[in-house]
Design a protein around this ligand. Structure first.
Ligand code: CS2
Length: 500
């Protein structure tokens, strides 16, 4: 049998192979507009909404995706060809998988080419929520000062041409201005990125932008728009050809961009919406008054834990996170980092047993069927580490806590940015907007041990701390003398600091 193209008109035939949407997708309204339809959005939020449409037959809360960047052209094309349908492949640790066709995305606008359509959709009466996954680096703030970066040329552009925006801030402002002029209620802005206080950060950045642009709109937004904080979680590796082939051969399905994910899924949100919300509590989403402790726990343990494995993993030549976890030295290092450097900074979290949480993270990281690439984990480390790892080091410096695991990762990151080569002399393919700048600074380390850290908007004021400098310098010296990552991690694990 030749494979069937994933498309709405073929749903009945596909349904004999795989679970498919049973709801009338034509009748579903886009109550949610989502900016940044990457793999994570499709394994997480779109999956929750799919279940809601399926189980609760609630047709108000479908999703219209929006792509702002040129790089979104591929997803725009693929989704359109497939009537916005895609397959979600959940990989269980035991080796089996479950597949389901997801139908909650009912439209997609490639705003890069048609900005007006995107603004109109956000300004439409049906739209109640605009949600975002624009990556940790997308919020346009200087982590050192916390201030909005007005020097960004795209922001300058959006201030000058409000009706033809480029950035997410320009789009949100244009759409909200339209709603206000049309007498419509504001939508909620829901950030789903891995940033602590993601809603509050979005609010403060967006208000700084709008204040410059339009003071009366600023007051309206300040009073009317809610920005709930949220914690999101589901490990979603980059889709690779074997997953596409698997659907083809095992299920006779032609899907150009399926999504692979782990079984674990979690979403914790503050119940603070401007204009209604979907009844996601029916699906296990937790609504809490304050999400901060959950966000902090997830970002500092899971996301930082990923980088703690991924950066030395790349130098050592491990390709995936599960390969890092199979390596006892790496697994021990990560657990020590979590126990000794993160846990003391977390305190009590209602309803959470931190030991269970860390044990479950170890299992999730070790899932051999997820094959989460170290390349993905290390991508955009310049945006991730200032949010995932450096705050832990700073808090431990302030409280006299242990810093050696976190500091070693920064030293390893310097070596990685400098040499771009693993210990077997294979090139490391670094994806990072700032990789050249990192490389320039890192490569002077042999002459000046601290050179890598002289990027204040990444490393903040770490350089002002003598204890940190001492520990970091020893680590740099050790790595450059003998880049035997294994040996060094083992020494650190054994409580042998590399520091006298
Ligand atoms: C990862 C996240 O890219 C990363 O650094 O830690 O994408 C992670 O897989 C998700 O946040 C899981 O919820």
């Amino acid at each position: 049998m030749s494979p069937i193209q994933l498309k709405q008109q073929n749903i009945n035939s596909i349904a004999s192979q795989l679970p498919c949407p049973t709801y009338e997708r034509d009748l579903v309204k886009s109550g949610i507009v989502h900016i940044g339809v990457g793999g994570f959005h499709r394994s997480h939020q779109a999956y929750y909404i799919h279940q809601l449409l399926r189980d609760a037959q609630n047709s108000e809360w479908g999703i219209c995706g929006i792509g702002l960047r040129e790089g979104d052209r591929k997803i725009a094309t693929v989704l359109k060809q497939q009537d916005y349908l895609y397959t979600l492949i959940t990989q269980h640790p035991e080796g089996n998988e479950t597949c389901e066709v997801i139908g909650s995305i009912v439209d997609y606008i490639f705003a890069f080419e048609t900005p007006d359509l995107a603004i109109d959709r956000m300004a439409h009466a049906d739209t109640k929520i605009v949600s975002l996954t624009i990556t940790e680096g997308g919020y346009n703030f200087n982590p050192n000062t916390g201030a909005f970066d007005f020097d960004n040329p795209d922001i300058q552009h959006d201030l000058q041409y409000p009706n033809n925006p480029i950035t997410v801030f320009g789009y949100l402002a244009a759409a909200l201005d339209k709603r206000r002029n049309n007498g419509l209620a504001a939508f909620t802005i829901l950030s789903c990125d891995n940033i602590q206080h993601n809603g509050a950060v979005t609010r403060s950045m967006f208000l700084s932008f709008v204040e410059k642009k339009n003071p009366s709109l600023y007051n309206w937004i300040k009073n009317e728009v809610r920005f709930p904080n949220s914690m999101v979680d589901r490990i979603t590796p980059v889709t690779t050809q074997p997953s596409i082939d698997f659907l083809n051969t095992k299920h006779q399905l032609k899907d150009a961009w399926p999504i692979v994910c782990e079984p674990y899924i979690q979403w914790v949100i503050e119940d603070d919406f401007s204009n209604g919300r979907p009844p996601l509590e029916k699906l296990g989403v937790q609504f809490v008054p304050d999400v901060t402790p959950y966000e902090k726990m997830k970002i500092r343990l899971l996301n930082a834990g990923h980088s703690v494995l991924g950066i030395p993993g790349a130098i050592h030549g491990h390709d995936t996170i599960n390969a890092c976890m199979e390596d006892k030295i790496f697994a021990t290092f990560m657990r020590h980092f979590m126990d000794n450097e993160v846990t003391p900074q977390l305190g009590e979290i209602e309803g959470i047993d931190l030991t269970d949480y860390k044990n479950s993270l170890e299992k999730r990281f070790a899932n051999p069927n997820i094959k989460d690439g170290v390349r993905r984990i290390c991508s955009e480390s310049s945006a991730k580490l200032p949010k995932f790892l450096i705050p832990t080091i700073l808090e431990n410096l302030a409280t006299e806590g242990s810093i050696r695991y976190g500091t070693f990762i920064l030293a390893a990151w310097c070596y990685y940015s400098d040499k771009r080569m693993d210990i077997n002399h294979n090139e490391i393919d670094i994806i990072d907007e700032r990789k050249e700048e990192l490389h320039r600074n890192a490569k002077q380390s042999e002459q000046n041990r601290l050179s890598f850290l002289r990027i204040p908007d990444i490393f903040g004021n770490l350089l002002d701390n003598k204890r940190f400098i001492k520990e970091y310098s020893k680590m740099i010296e050790a790595i450059y003398k003998e880049p035997n990552i294994h040996k060094l991690m083992k020494l650190i694990n054994q409580d042998n600091h590399l520091v006298d």
